[in-house]
Design a protein around this ligand. Structure first.
Ligand code: ADP
Length: 408
């Protein structure tokens, strides 16, 4: 059976999905949260009777990622609510790994060398790579015969030209510390751009697409002929758009100024730009876009400012990316805010007719959080909503890499 287990290990959580590759269906999915605590929780949704999902919640002491993964395995093969007989029904495991540096331009079969590299990139992604490595090692121990594949967030962006990824620091900084733009959310931008081409029955090779991944973390990508040529996140996922709690782009001298004025330590400054800024910092309301926009409707001035700034920066990048690609064929919205907020899509696309973006109000409303074209019939640029599905792409790449390894 061609089932792939997709794992996304965070600092205190493990997200998982078990997918059948033939039918692209999800057999079970969920999340273990509060890993490291005595009252960790497993949320488990499983497919029952072909179409209906049932869900359960179990509380346990889960000290490490190893126990979390063991808990997930036990659940999917459980006599009562499991969805497979045993682990022989699993073909392979796909891991989301945040940083693959400059070396990994694609997903890869996990070997000792790959694990060493993931470890070497820990300084570039200290909040993610250690936990993803822990997940890989736990699987090696728990299900040793199962092949594993790493799918990197940074891989899709490794096609950016040098002029796009270099920062104008002394060149030494690049050589010594790898200071350059890496970009993130690559799996989502890749999936969404490929899905967009498939919906339009075109080859990605023939399209210039701007994908807007707007969730708690947000980034935009310019995809020309199927390849990422620029993206808004940078050396870290702080750069680019304004986000739930992150600043996005700002004049770096501001940080030096505030650190000096407020006598902030490095760690306090880091907290300010990553956790106390963005929609939350400006509005003072919440990091959650739904709550901010609701306050905005009630006349809350700072909430309105936050929404205006959020949309302004998206428009700014759309203009920039149309310029660097010498035009754009499709503008795509995805992730929590992009998929769900009809209103945000309308604000972003307002007065963009000069560059051929003409949103159709009715189509936008009718599309809601679904998949479809939301521009007017005559709009030179197609505008679309395409829900992202990173897990499906991870499962497909895991399957393909295992297959091709077998053929060799
Ligand atoms: P991440 O995966 O980066 O944590 P998501 O892609 O789940 O984030 O997106 C979360 C964001 O989506 C939140 O800001 C949330 O308010 C927003 N969101 C979810 N549903 C809606 C909705 N119906 N309308 C507007 N925003 C929404």
């Amino acid at each position: 059976m061609k089932n792939i287990l997709v794992l996304n290990c965070g600092s205190s959580s493990v997200k998982y999905e078990l997918l059948n590759i033939k039918s692209s269906s999800v057999l079970a999915k969920g999340l273990v949260e509060r890993v490291g605590m005595e009252d960790a929780v497993l949320h488990y949704h499983f497919l029952k009777d072909d179409s209906i999902y049932d869900d359960i919640k179990l509380v346990r002491n889960i000290p490490t990622h190893r126990e979390a993964i063991q808990f997930i395995i036990r659940s999917i093969e459980d006599d009562e609510y499991g969805v497979i007989e045993d682990m022989n029904d699993i073909y392979g495991i796909g891991h989301r790994v945040v940083h693959g540096g400059e070396k990994y331009t694609d997903s890869v079969y996990i070997t000792k060398e790959v694990k060493n590299d993931i470890k070497d990139y820990i300084p570039l992604a200290p909040l993610h790579n250690p936990h993803q490595l822990a997940g890989i090692e736990a699987c090696e121990e728990l299900i040793p015969d199962h092949p594993q594949v790493a799918v990197f967030d940074t891989a899709f962006h490794q096609t950016m030209p040098e002029a796009a990824y270099m920062y104008a620091f002394p060149y030494d900084m690049y050589k010594k510390f790898g200071i350059r733009k890496y970009g993130f959310h690559g799996t989502s931008h890749k999936y969404v751009s490929q899905r967009t081409a498939a919906i339009l029955k075109k080859s990605p090779e023939d399209l210039k697409i701007i994908t807007c991944h707007l969730g708690n973390g947000a980034s935009i990508c310019a995809v020309k002929n199927g390849k990422s040529v620029d993206t808004s996140m940078g050396f870290t996922p702080l750069a680019g758009l304004m986000m739930g709690t992150r600043t996005g782009d700002f004049d770096p001298a501001i940080l030096l100024y505030i650190m000096n004025k407020e006598a902030l330590s490095l760690s306090e400054a880091n907290t300010m730009i990553n956790r106390h800024s963005g929609l939350y910092g400006v509005s003072g309301v919440s990091r959650d876009f739904r709550e901010v926009i609701e306050k905005c409707h009630n006349g809350h001035k700072r909430a309105k400012l936050a929404v205006d700034m959020f949309a302004y920066r998206i428009r700014h990048y759309i203009g920039a990316y149309a310029a660097i690609m010498n035009g754009v064929d499709v503008l795509v919205f995805t992730a929590g805010i992009g998929e769900n907020s009809v209103e945000l899509r309308e604000i972003v696309c307002k007065d963009m007719d000069y560059m051929g973006i003409e949103l159709d109000k009715e189509k936008n409303e009718a599309c809601g959080a679904g998949e479809g074209i939301i521009s007017s019939a005559g709009s030179p640029v197609r505008v679309m909503c395409v829900p992202t599905n990173e897990e499906l792409l991870i499962a497909e790449e895991t399957h393909n890499i295992i297959e091709s390894k077998k053929e060799k």
